[in-house]
Ligand binder design. Structure first.
Ligand code: C2E
Ligand code: MG
Ligand code: MG
Ligand code: MG
Length: 273
């Protein structure tokens, strides 16, 4: 069960022996090599249907197996990648690695979400790169959703439109917080809203927020996904509100590719009983 995944330390919350600080430049150089040297890998967190917990697909989440610092979470290197521009190469690696994995899942109804940065959307050929990768792995565009908290700043609108033109789906990540707001939604049409975990996890006083986001999604014809579901109570509350899909430690932690595949084929124990 999930406790087993936790105990094996494969959940992405394993200890991180890295202190962000003085050596960002070195880390930037190391990251450049890490992308080509195979030090990055992806975990897959199941996205499940509510209320039946059927696996609909997964969100790919990057990790860096650093030779001396150990496993590093994205917060420790994505900001560096964004500052140095390495994010463009990193996102291309993530895209191809994730689509390659998706191409091995025999159930063609499964979907895959990957995270991109706003910087990617300013690359003039980003949509072309995504189209090429989909073609390379023989993946139908509608099976891919690209997530970002901010998709609407200067120059990124055309990329979002081009991606959606391809049939790729675009999601506003962490919706309801920071950049991921109504302003963003009004600026650039998207396909999916991911309700930020702060609203999923909050107490009963926050229920109107989760309900309103769902209403908003429904009235705009968008999919709503609740993120960061950690408890049975949260899951049932969201299901009662009408959320049809969710992610969170309650259902499953981010899993190595092999364990996600086992979960799909039913050779592994089912998520949180
Ligand atoms: P995100 O896209 O909002 O991903 C959700 C984060 O919440 C993940 O953290 C996931 O492990 C964690 N999470 C999932 N369920 C739960 C839960 O029930 N409780 C709690 N407390 N946390 C939960 P992770 O993997 O550390 O990723 C953090 C952020 O890093 C992501 O937030 C995303 O913004 C960014 N990121 C991850 N992978 C990539 C990537 O490949 N490219 C880019 N550009 N950014 C990435
Ligand atoms: Mg995300
Ligand atoms: Mg999120
Ligand atoms: Mg986030």
């Amino acid at each position: 069960d999930i406790a087993m995944y936790r105990a094996k330390g494969i959940t992405g919350t394993a200890a991180v022996h890295f202190t962000p600080g003085a050596d960002h430049t070195d880390l930037g150089l190391e990251l450049r090599n890490a992308i080509t040297d195979g030090q990055l890998y992806l975990l897959y967190q199941p996205i499940v249907a509510l209320p039946d917990r059927r696996v609909l697909g997964a969100e790919a989440l990057v990790r860096w197996q650093h030779p001396t610092h150990g496993t590093m979470p994205p917060q420790a290197f994505i900001p560096i990648a964004e500052r140095t521009g390495l994010i463009v190469a990193l996102s291309q690696w993530v895209l191809r690695a994730a689509l390659s994995e998706l191409s091995t899942w025999t159930d063609a109804s499964l979907v895959l979400n990957i995270n991109i940065s706003q910087r990617d959307l300013r690359e003039p050929d980003f949509a072309d790169q995504v189209a090429a990768a989909l073609d390379e792995y023989g993946i139908a565009p509608h099976r891919l959703t690209l997530e970002a908290p901010a998709v609407g700043s200067a120059g990124s609108g055309p990329s979002v439109a081009a991606l959606r033109e391809l049939g790729v789906r675009v999601a506003l990540d962490d919706f309801g917080t920071g950049d991921s707001s109504l302003t963003m939604l009004a600026a650039v049409p998207v396909d999916e809203l991911k309700l930020d975990s702060s609203f999923t996890q909050a107490g009963a006083d926050q229920v109107p927020v989760a309900a309103s986001v769902l209403n908003l999604a429904n009235s705009l014809g968008l999919t709503a996904v609740a993120e960061g579901v950690e408890t049975f109570d949260q899951a049932s509350r969201l299901a009662d509100l009408g959320y049809a899909s969710a992610q969170g430690f309650y259902f499953a932690h981010p899993l190595p590719a092999a364990e996600f595949s086992e979960l799909l084929t039913g050779t592994a124990v089912s998520p949180a009983a």
